[in-house]
Design a protein around this ligand. Structure first.
Ligand code: AMP
Ligand code: GLY
Length: 416
């Protein structure tokens, strides 16, 4: 089987690395790390005609999308119309991520437990709603409805922060057009985890739980990022809880997709929060998560390519085999991230252990030197018999990588 993986981040590096152990893989556009694994082609992830031409020329059997933006724009639809098997939903299903207003409405009509919310296209009405929620004793979270690369969510401590968030998202448009509509929802509180479910029309198969660290700073301080680290498995999420997530969130989602006539073949990423001990759905994404994917790929033993292919062609999904080992991923980011960040800093990489993998994200090669070229630069993923052993190995490997201004969290997988 020949697979084309689309994308250029550490998530795609991890997908390529895993899939290449099971199949023949090419990537577009890739990055310097992915180029060390497989052949890469300089076609952008949103250049759908260019990608289809490449897939024809290379006679690929399966197309796997990494990022969400080309899915929201209909990339998978175009590939399907051209006769390819594609892992990734069409633009209609991708609205589960492309529009938070749509996805909240979807959750409510499917009876999925989620925070109470309202959607707004007018700032003044939104501010009045936030005032009422605070007066009634709730906290609020203000979310840009459109796609804002995981950063369009502001958790507000008081009404002043909420008013400021509404002003900045809707009026100042700090997230661009993604902020034309906003969702305001009640603030929930509790442990969070990510569940990935491979969906093949009416079949669904969840992968093991991974946990993600969203805030930039150690101890969960500072603004949200795309994700600063992850680990898997998470023993604190019991089989009973998982069963409840499957029954109350995943199964109703598959039923609702079917009821609405929304074909879905790809990964559904459910962000879950245990509010008052019960699972609530915070969000859906229509792609694999970054950096959860890095930890999950390191734990797979086999069957991944076959599972993605089955989902892409609407067949029952065969089981993916996971090892009992744990994996921990620490993200290395540029100075300034998630705000304005530096680029072009030379990266030095020393020797790392056999159980360690460096997945590239924002890197490029200039004059023969590997340099930084993005906010999240690299993911350091290590495996071990326990989460503690994997954590130790990951941080040991972190100390083998250097670039000016490198920042990372020192508490990934620490207090679990
Ligand atoms: P989202 O992109 O919707 O998952 O939001 C990003 C992050 O914001 C989540 O991972 C949570 O940490 C936080 N968040 C989102 N919605 C809520 C909520 N209703 N209550 C508390 N925190 C939230
Ligand atoms: N790690 C969270 C995300 O990929 O959105």
């Amino acid at each position: 089987m020949k697979i084309l993986v689309i994308g250029s981040g550490a998530r795609e590096h991890a997908l390529v690395w895993r899939l290449a152990q099971e199949a023949d893989v090419i990537c577009a556009p890739g990055n310097p790390g992915i180029e060390d694994e497989v052949e890469c082609f300089a076609v952008a992830a949103v250049d759908t005609p260019g990608l289809i031409a490449l897939a024809r020329e290379q006679a690929v059997d399966l197309v796997v999308y990494g990022p969400e933006d080309p899915l929201i724009l209909g990339g998978a639809d175009a590939f399907r119309a051209a006769g390819f098997a594609v892992f990734g939903p069409g633009s209609a299903g991708a609205q589960l991520e492309g529009s938070k207003a749509f996805s909240k409405e979807f959750m409510v009509s499917a009876g999925i437990p989620t925070a109470t919310h309202e959607s707004f296209v007018d700032a003044q009405t939104a501010i009045e709603y936030a005032r009422i929620r605070f007066a009634d004793g709730y906290g609020v979270v203000v979310k840009a409805s459109g796609n804002a690369l995981g950063k369009g969510v502001i958790v507000c401590e008081d009404i002043f922060e909420a008013e400021d968030a509404i002003q900045r998202i809707m009026v100042d448009r700090i997230f661009g057009d993604a902020g034309a509509e906003i969702v305001i929802e009640d603030r929930l509180d509790g442990r969070e985890f990510s569940l990935f479910t491979l969906i093949s029309d009416n079949y669904a198969a969840s992968l093991p739980i991974a946990r993600d660290y969203k805030r930039i700073g150690t101890g969960d301080s500072g603004p949200n990022t795309g994700g600063m680290g992850s680990f898997s498995p998470d023993a604190s999420i019991t089989p009973d809880l998982l069963h409840e997530v499957e029954e109350r969130i995943i199964r109703p989602t598959v039923v609702e997709l079917h009821r609405r006539g929304l074909p879905y073949r790809g990964n559904l990423f459910t962000g879950v929060m245990l509010h008052k001990g019960r699972p609530h759905c915070l969000e859906f994404n229509v792609r694999f998560g970054d950096p959860e994917t890095q930890s999950l790929m390191a734990r797979i033993r086999g069957g991944f390519a076959a599972a993605l292919y089955a989902a892409a062609v609407g067949e029952a999904i065969p089981p993916v085999e996971f090892s009992d080992d744990a994996a921990v991923t620490v993200v290395l980011a540029s100075a300034g991230y998630p705000g304005e960040y530096t680029r072009g800093k030379r990266i030095e990489v020393g020797p790392v252990g056999e159980n360690v993998k460096l997945f590239h994200a924002g890197t490029t090669v200039v004059d023969g030197w590997l340099v930084t070229n993005g906010g999240r630069v690299m993911s350091v993923t290590a495996t071990g018999e326990t989460v503690e052993a994997a954590r130790f190995a990951a941080y040991q490997a972190v100390s083998s990588v250097r670039f000016e201004g490198m920042q990372y969290r020192s508490d990934i997988a620490e207090s679990i």
